[in-house]
Design a protein around this ligand. Structure first.
Ligand SMILES: [Zn+2]
Length: 218
């Protein structure tokens, strides 16, 4: 199945980019019939093959596999339930973004125009134990609009209408965190003014037809 191969491709990418360590992270997509493909638990994303991609319904009933479904399936489901337009969820532990999350430092700063538009308002979620229902609940306050979630003392989640979009957001998030981290050692980043920010939103709408959800604006 084509989507299984795409999922494998992006598993390999998050590993190559060092967005995950060891067996961390999980990726999923929603299929048109309302079932899901998700990575199995306990495998390095760098070594995932199509056999490690599990086809499941929303109750976790899997098809013809002895592999165990990712323990974060609950969190993925919660996002799909709240956001009918979302078809892919990527969860990783990228070093710089996770450092911001673990220091309770927001990445919602008007520094990089591409990040302002592509990431929107980044949700900073309270700490919750991985794999529990509480982790899924920690996203609730911004689940209806956010495309990027920082999980305190844990990592990050990005969502998209496609797997490529969700992956690109993860890459952009880590890039932004890296730049902001470096600007700290150079005396701090200079933010884009309110006026220029408004201009950016207008240009994005006029040029790319990009309407940013009001809650996603900085
Ligand atoms: Zn995790």
């Amino acid at each position: 199945m084509y989507l299984k191969n795409e999922l494998v491709h992006f598993c390999h990418k998050v590993y190559e980019k060092e967005f995950v360590a060891a067996t961390d992270g999980n990726l999923s997509v929603r299929l048109p019939d309302g079932t899901f493909l998700i990575t199995s638990s306990g495998i390095s994303k760098g070594e995932v093959t199509v056999e490690d991609i599990i086809h499941t319904d929303r109750h976790g009933n899997t098809r013809a596999t002895n592999k165990k479904i990712s323990t974060e399936f609950k969190m993925h489901l919660e996002i799909y339930r709240a956001r009918p337009e979302i078809n892919a969820v990527v969860h990783c532990h990228p070093v710089h973004a996770t450092a911001f999350a673990s220091s309770n430092r927001s990445l919602n700063r008007a520094v990089l125009p591409e990040a302002v538009l592509g990431l929107g308002r980044i949700a900073l979620c309270e700490y919750a134990t991985p794999s529990t229902r509480a982790l899924a609940e920690s996203l609730q306050h911004s689940i209806d609009y956010a495309n990027v979630f920082l999980l305190r003392n844990h990592g990050a989640v990005t969502v998209g209408t496609s797997l490529r979009e969700a992956y690109n957001r993860m890459e952009k998030l880590e890039h932004t965190a890296k730049v902001l981290w470096l600007t700290e050692s150079l005396g701090g980043a200079i933010e884009i003014s309110k006026d220029k920010l408004e201009e950016l939103y207008s240009v994005a709408a006029a040029t790319y037809g990009m309407e940013i959800h009001p809650k996603n604006r900085l």
